[in-house]
Design a binder for this molecule. Structure first.
Ligand code: DOR
Ligand code: ZN
Length: 354
């Protein structure tokens, strides 16, 4: 079959680690991984070593991306409940505000009182994004019900959580949700084999949970990689290995393989990785930004040709069908047959289009 053309895909959930943890990833390596994986736009999370909670920190990060990115990059803001004076200054610059209600990478946890205060103070039209798993989800849903503010629930991983979200959607709450490729394609059985390389938040769940995600794909608004690179040294030797796995280069081949297996359609992939993200987050798009795929090319995921600085994948050894061949950004060919053709800084920093 000839190459398939897809719109440039959008990953609404990545951690490119800059500034502060450039030993894990930087804007050039992270956005190269995006391009190689068929993603032409990524939205980057604020849980940097020093969290992005002021206009100054956001501006400094934007400048680094402007100089170094090879795909388009947008940002989320962060809050620990003590920076409301910044909200008006940054609301046009970010695609949303990300809040953490459970322990994960970075020291970024807030409680119910702070959550309610941030919900009242957040002025933007852009969504509030929540990391809320387990017991924090009902609490978050209560506050969403009270405030009616647009909310995206990140990386939904299990049956219980998705059931609550479906009920909340049916009741008319203004919520959307995403799932990660690792929760779609790995389970707790894999976690045992992968050791620290299968450790992320939320943890991998049971086969029943995984099946429930697949059976209810119509309720899921986006596939988000939660690309969260950590070095092999950190994973193998830290007393408490950090949470997170890379995903930018494996998400699309895994999804295309699932299309081939009849688990979803190509239209679903476009809906989950392009159309819905543009609508939920007001992401600007360009007709001349697109990806060419060889749907028949079969290969085994390995660590050798990865662009991500961390250099490993939890999907190593998996056989996939469907390979990214060429990527065009605003008409310019930026990727061809495994090679990045463009220079750092050729990607754009993007802002929500209203
Ligand atoms: O596994 C994770 N890693 N989950 C998160 O919520 C954060 C992320 C990271 O920043 O490493
Ligand atoms: Zn994340």
């Amino acid at each position: 079959m000839s190459n398939l053309k897809l719109p440039g895909l959008i990953d609404i959930h990545v951690h490119l680690r800059t500034p502060g943890q450039e030993h894990k990833e930087d804007f050039t390596t992270g956005t190269s991984a995006a391009i190689a994986g068929g993603f032409t736009t990524v939205l980057d999370m604020p849980n940097n070593e020093v969290p992005i909670t002021t206009l100054g920190k956001l501006r400094a990060k934007i400048e680094l991306a402007r100089q170094n990115a090879v795909c388009d990059v947008g940002f989320y803001f962060g809050s620990l409940g003590d920076n409301f004076q910044e909200f008006d200054k940054i609301k046009q610059l970010v695609f949303g505000i990300k809040l953490y209600l459970n322990v994960t990478t970075g020291n970024f946890l807030i409680d119910e009182v702070k959550l309610a205060a941030i919900y009242s103070a957040w002025p933007g039209h852009q969504p509030i994004l929540l990391h809320c798993e387990g017991e924090t989800l009902p609490m978050a849903l209560k506050i969403i019900r009270q405030t009616n503010k647009k909310t995206h629930i990140c990386h939904v991983s299990g049956k219980d959580e998705l059931s609550q979200i479906i009920r909340a959607k049916q009741a008319g709450l203004p919520i959307t949700c995403g799932v990660t490729p690792h929760h779609l394609f790995l389970t707790e059985e894999d976690a045992k084999k992968l050791g620290p390389y299968g450790r992320m938040k939320p943890f991998l769940k049971t086969k029943t949970d995984q099946n429930f995600l697949w059976e209810n794909l119509k309720w899921i608004d986006a596939v988000e990689s939660d690309h969260a690179p950590h070095t092999t040294v950190e994973k193998e030797f830290a007393k408490n290995p950090p949470f997170g796995v890379p995903g930018l280069e494996t998400t699309l081949p895994l999804l295309l393989t699932a299309v081939f297996e009849g688990k979803l359609t190509l239209d679903d992939v476009i809906r989950l990785c392009h159309t819905n993200p543009t609508k939920i987050f007001n992401i600007p798009t360009d007709e001349q930004t697109y990806v060419e795929i060889d749907p028949d090319e079969q290969y085994t995921i390995n660590n050798k040709h990865l662009f991500t600085k961390c250099g490993w994948s939890p999907f190593k050894g998996k056989s996939v069908k469907g390979k990214v061949k060429k990527v065009f950004l605003r008409g310019e060919k930026v990727f061809d047959n495994g090679q990045i053709l463009t220079q750092p800084g050729s990607g754009k920093v993007i802002y929500p289009s209203f």
